[in-house]
Design a protein around this ligand. Structure first.
Ligand SMILES: [Zn+2]
Length: 419
């Protein structure tokens, strides 16, 4: 056979893979479409669409969802992504918690758990907990998602820099972990299935784009404010990663050159002003300076027990200290977000992380600050919303990461090809 003929066969296989992905993407965007409307929105001819759809039905990624009687003429059979195609297990490895969930191929969560790890010392011990919870989720998925293609993959989000080619965590400032081969560690436990490791804000941003507040937006800026401050940019449904894959580390922008020392080694990073610990530090300072607050009682008399949920509880009771601390945090958040809006001109900013629990107090200040500081033409084009999945945003993002990988390359990620 000539090279020419082999190339042509290769091209045809590639074109078919691309077209399978085009069908899957349309079904992900529109939830439900008929074969005729798929032909219309993709520009592919009807017989090609029918054959591609049949292949995806044979792979279990797509199923027929029932007849639609809405249009004129004969009712048409509708198609959608098949929730029973398999299940995905996803984990957020936070600085002081591990959050794990199991979802079916439709993104519906069938099980979730959150464990506090503040008392657990050492990387190996924490990784042991991560693997134990992931194994538990995999076993539960096998019983709660029966009749499916089984485990489609595992995703892990971490607050640090991930080398995409190897899935290695290069540096997590707030965990003080360096060079941890996370993907290899998780793959060794669940041999064969795809394992995705990414920065927590990247995952959360993708999750909000596929399943949450950012669905339907094209230029999304995601800010996650928790122990640290993470960020991500999603453009037309794809993460913007930068040259070496470490873009959007907004938490480490210098805001105050002579400010507090940050865990990254720099001084006055944005996250030293707006993270969970910054908010708690300000609260403690106010109370220690003699301001009275219900937080003393809520914390059981020990200010070491202060937490964002307690500060939110105090804000609900109109506590002056809690309200003023949240206003200061909102102002500092708004100062950074205004600059980012000027830099990226997004149509949406999504605020997630544990600080988003205080969203009803933070958002008005953030919006006011953006209104004053961002260029009017930029600010007017930008909505600012809270993450829809709140504390689950990263774990849901892990589900979105796998779902997007499968939708882009259904052949490559079909269970038959890696089992
Ligand atoms: Zn820093």
């Amino acid at each position: 056979m000539s090279n020419h003929a082999r190339l042509r066969t290769g091209d045809q296989t590639l074109v078919r893979e691309i077209n399978l992905s085009v069908i899957m993407r349309r079904l992900l965007e529109h939830t439900s479409l008929s074969r005729a409307s798929l032909a219309e929105v993709t520009g592919l001819n009807k017989s090609t669409v029918s054959s591609l759809v049949q292949e995806l039905i044979d792979m279990s990624f797509v199923h027929e969802t029932g007849l639609s009687f809405t249009g004129v003429g004969r009712p048409s059979m509708m198609l959608g992504l098949n929730p029973r195609a398999g299940y995905i297990v996803s984990c957020e490895l936070g600085v002081d918690f591990i959050s794990v969930l199991c979802a079916n191929f439709g993104g519906e969560v069938v099980w979730r758990v959150k464990e506090n790890t503040a008392g657990i010392q050492g990387r190996d011990e924490i990784m042991h907990h991560v693997l134990t919870l992931l194994r538990q989720a995999v076993d539960i998925g096998a019983t709660r998602c029966p009749g499916s293609g089984g485990l489609l993959g595992v995703a892990v989000g971490v607050p640090g820099l991930i080398e995409q080619a190897t899935g290695t965590l290069l540096f997590a400032p707030n965990l003080q972990w360096r060079d941890v081969p996370l993907r290899d560690i998780v793959s060794a436990e669940f041999g064969g299935v795809p394992v995705f490791v990414d920065n927590e804000a990247n995952m959360a941003a993708l999750g909000e784009t596929l399943f949450g507040a950012a669905k339907g937006y094209n230029e999304v800026l995601y800010i996650s404010a928790g122990v640290g401050v993470g960020g991500a940019v999603v453009r037309n449904g794809q993460l913007v990663r930068g040259t070496t894959g470490f873009a959007s580390e907004f938490g480490h922008m210098t805001i105050d050159p002579d400010g507090a020392l940050c865990n990254c080694g720099n001084r006055g990073c944005w996250e030293t002003l707006v993270s969970q610990s910054a908010v708690i530090r300000l609260t403690r300072q106010a109370i220690s300076a003699g301001r009275s607050s219900v937080l003393e009682a809520l914390a059981g008399g020990d200010l070491n027990n202060l937490s964002i949920p307690l500060i939110v509880q105090a804000a609900v009771q109109q506590d002056a200290v809690a309200l003023s601390v949240l206003e200061a945090a909102g102002r500092n958040l708004g100062i950074g977000i205004a600059s980012l809006i000027n830099a990226f001109n997004p149509d949406l900013v999504v605020l997630g992380g544990i600080l988003s629990l205080a969203g009803q107090w933070l958002l008005p200040t953030v919006r006011a600050e953006v209104g004053w500081r961002a260029l009017r033409w930029n600010a007017e084009a930008t909505e600012i919303l809270l993450a829809q999945h709140g504390f689950d945003a990263c774990a849901m993002g892990g589900v979105a990461t796998l779902l997007q990988a499968i939708v882009l390359e259904p052949g490559r990620y079909h269970p038959q090809n890696y089992l």
